[in-house]
Design a protein around this ligand. Structure first.
Ligand code: UDP
Length: 192
């Protein structure tokens, strides 16, 4: 794998176009994949937390979210093609899901934000099969996980902040053969 190490986090080095091609193939194959989109803050916290670092580096796709990562890679003499944000990735997956009539599950953010995100998907991406959504302030984690397993989504978008979302995906990704991605505060932007 063509990866670039920035202070211990190993980033994939491809263009957004290549990445999107991989995601299309993954969706067609119903592959189980985990995408992380580390920004400089996440790189620094992974440096201090070996378990978190391992989880990130074992993800299938490690995407440089932030111009600081691109600048750092360049100054280390191992440049990365381009910045690809978590929000870009959410946008691409939603567009691809609409094109492929895929099943999507949304998890995270405040109740009104996830409701507005679900409403936007139903209105603007009518071919998506939105199989479920839940805010990120739940008490019974196992109920949510059961629902995801039951609904068999092709894409699970998880917005619990870092490292919560990465720990959640790492623990439960075997429950559905989906593309799982931690999208941070993306629903707050998407819903607005
Ligand atoms: N969030 C959540 N549950 C939590 C903590 C955070 O659903 O227990 C959501 C929060 O509402 C926001 C998103 O996670 O939509 C990202 O939070 P934050 O901006 O703090 O994290 P970052 O994007 O900086 O990782």
């Amino acid at each position: 794998k063509n990866r670039v190490n920035i202070l211990g986090t190993e980033f994939d080095n491809f263009t957004a176009k290549q990445f999107h091609q991989y995601l299309d193939d993954d969706l067609d194959l119903k592959a189980n994949k985990f995408i992380v989109t580390p920004n400089p803050e996440i790189v620094l916290s992974a440096r201090k937390d070996n378990n978190f670092s391992k989880i990130i580096n074992n993800a299938d796709y490690v995407i440089p979210d932030g111009i600081g990562i691109i600048k750092g890679a360049k100054s280390l003499g191992t440049p990365l093609h381009e910045r690809i944000t978590g929000f870009d990735t959410l946008q691409y997956l939603i567009t691809a899901a609409n094109r492929k009539q895929a099943k999507v599950f949304l998890l995270g953010a405040k109740p009104e934000v996830i409701q507005a995100s679900a409403d936007k998907i139903k209105k603007d991406y009518p071919q998506i099969d939105l199989v479920g959504y839940h805010d990120g302030y739940f008490k019974d984690e196992s109920k949510i996980v059961e629902e995801i397993a039951d609904k068999k989504p092709n894409i699970v978008l998880v917005a619990l902040g870092s490292p919560k979302q990465e720990l959640f995906i790492n623990k439960y990704r075997d429950q559905a053969d989906a593309i799982w991605v931690g999208v941070g505060g993306s629903f707050d932007v998407f819903s607005g």
